[in-house]
Design a protein around this ligand. Structure first.
Ligand code: NDP
Length: 493
């Protein structure tokens, strides 16, 4: 068609592909009369617009993503038979989604919150999703507490706002959170951008080599851009001025050809060490100190391509910690075990049962050969192929080889309380983190925590006391300084 400016342009059509005659005026009965039901363009346009949103993620709703390449830099075949890790120099396409945790879809990027760091490796043996964070630990160690924890981070049922009383009540009554809370209120609690933070697999995972030997591993993605953080004042200003600051920074850096990268490391623990280790190695509130299991460099992850369509490729991207490939598997970590169910379940609800076959989610170098069929928005990709097994029609058959080894570990099963490991309390590593900080960083941590705790209601001194006591148990100096700072702030109110 020739546009009003004389340019030759494609013709606007309906969803059914027919030409649209008028996209400016509703069709009416006579000039200026009421709209006609036969105006298909009007109704299709309004109806489609009403359905543009899908449910946002309950957690990690706010995010940005980019495609990239993972390159192996060390031989790890003695630890895992995962083929994408099988040779130095081997490259695998990836997609990485960064996010904040607590905020809604339209919330600001520059806030104090952990960052999601979810990596999808499109390997030749299927997609491997490593759904991590920018912190090596978490607030809780058992998935059964997760909905309660998140309810304290979200809006109160009565006030409709986030409430310091709820946040600190929960943390005060959950001493295992002390380590992660120390991390969160330190300088790294507000990263300057998605490029300037580390990623951590956080959970302990299992690697299995060709001979069937089992190892426990933790992943670390160390930023090659360096760690850069915002002060609370800088963050407040940026969040107000440019709520999309992290998303914009990532996109623009890639557009400029400044491809952000991360050096990938693993800590490897022989399976036999687990039961006798000084910490429960499957406790998500604990790290493995580097002195015990030194990180080994294994690869480099570079992000080098922006998605073309944020809704299709970021909002509809789905990650599941249950997406393993041969040679990699789960551990008895109770948070991980819960997430193995919860992530895929969330996406079945949010995006639909065929979510794994959307372009951003589907495997690249292999095809999904299941007997699953149909469901909303099924694309008919299987054609006439039979959808049952066993069959005598040449259908796909099972491999017969488990992806990983059995996960029952002496001393790691059972319910509460956790099995005894000599140094397994909730405070020692929070204290270790506090003690490694420089004096000025300690001071900022105390100020950040005190400002947050001081927001608890005046008649809930019990909440304040319990919260401060946890930090006192992590380190006497830490607790004393925090108690003093909180008291001073509350007296000024
Ligand atoms: P190490 O001294 O061997 O390592 C310290 C680790 O702390 C480094 O990975 C460093 O990361 C990181 N770190 C430094 N400053 C901060 C900060 N302000 N906030 C968060 N992390 C920081 O010590 P250990 O391995 O014995 O661990 C001691 C404490 O360090 C732990 O209790 C834990 O809180 C923290 N930590 C430990 C990690 C681990 O996997 N062992 C990983 C991250 C933190 P970087 O090199 O990027 O500066």
């Amino acid at each position: 068609m020739t546009a009003p400016d004389g340019e030759l342009r494609p013709t606007l059509t309906t969803e059914a592909g027919a030409p649209v005659a008028d996209n400016q005026n509703t069709e009416t009965a006579g000039s200026g009369g009421p709209a006609l039901l036969q105006d298909q363009q009007l109704f299709e346009k309004l109806a489609h617009f009403n359905r543009e949103r899908i449910p946002e993620r309950v957690v990690h709703a706010r995010g940005a993503g980019a495609y990239g390449t993972f390159t192996v830099t060390a031989d790890v075949t003695r630890y895992t038979r995962a083929r994408f890790l099988s040779a130095v120099g081997k490259r695998t396409e990836t997609f990485l989604r960064f996010s904040t945790v607590a905020g809604n879809l339209g919330s600001a990027d520059a806030v104090r919150d952990p960052r999601g760091f979810a990596v999808k490796f499109y390997t030749e043996e299927g997609n491997y999703d490593l759904v991590g964070n920018n912190t090596p630990v978490f607030f809780i160690k058992d998935a059964i507490k997760f909905p309660d924890f998140i309810h304290t981070q979200k809006r109160d049922p009565y006030t409709g706002s986030t409430e310091p009383d709820n946040v600190w009540d929960f943390w005060g009554l959950s001493p295992e959170a002390t380590h992660q809370v120390t991390w969160l209120f330190g300088d790294r609690g507000i990263p300057a951008s998605y490029r300037h933070l580390n990623g951590y697999g956080s959970h302990t995972y299992q690697w299995v080599n060709e001979a069937g030997e089992q190892f426990w591993v933790k992943y670390h993605f160390k930023t090659d851009q360096g760690i850069l953080n915002l002060t609370p004042a800088e963050a407040a200003e940026l969040a107000g001025e440019d709520p999309d600051s992290h998303q914009r920074d990532l996109r623009e850096a890639i557009e400029r050809g400044e491809f952000p990268s991360w050096t990938v490391q693993v800590q490897v623990m022989p399976a036999a060490d687990a039961a006798g280790y000084r910490f429960n190695p499957f406790d998500l509130t604990k790290v493995w100190p580097h002195a015990d299991y030194p990180p080994i460099e294994i690869g480099r992850l570079e992000l080098n391509r922006n998605p073309d369509n944020v809704f299709a490729e970021v909002e509809q991207s789905v990650f599941s910690p249950a997406h393993f490939v041969p040679g990699i598997g789960p551990s008895p970590d109770k948070m991980l075990q819960g997430r193995l169910f919860a992530y895929a379940d969330a996406h079945r609800y949010r995006v639909g049962i065929n979510a794994d076959q959307l372009p951003v989610n589907r495997p690249h170098a292999t095809e999904a050969r299941t007997n699953h069929r149909d469901g909303r928005l099924y694309d008919g990709r299987h054609g006439r192929v039979k959808n049952y097994e066993p069959n005598s029609s040449g259908g796909p058959v099972q491999s017969g080889r488990p992806l990983w080894a059995a996960t029952a570990v002496a001393g790691a099963t059972g319910t509460h309380p956790a099995p005894a490991h000599p140094e397994d309390d909730d405070f020692v590593q929070a204290g270790d983190l506090y003690r490694l900080l420089a004096e000025d960083e300690k001071q900022r941590l105390i100020e950040n925590l005190a400002a947050a705790i001081a927001g608890v209601s005046a008649d809930r001194e019990d909440i304040v006391e319990r919260a401060v006591e946890n930090f006192r148990r992590a380190d006497a100096d830490y607790g004393h300084r925090l108690a003093t700072a909180v008291r001073e702030l509350r007296e000024q109110r």
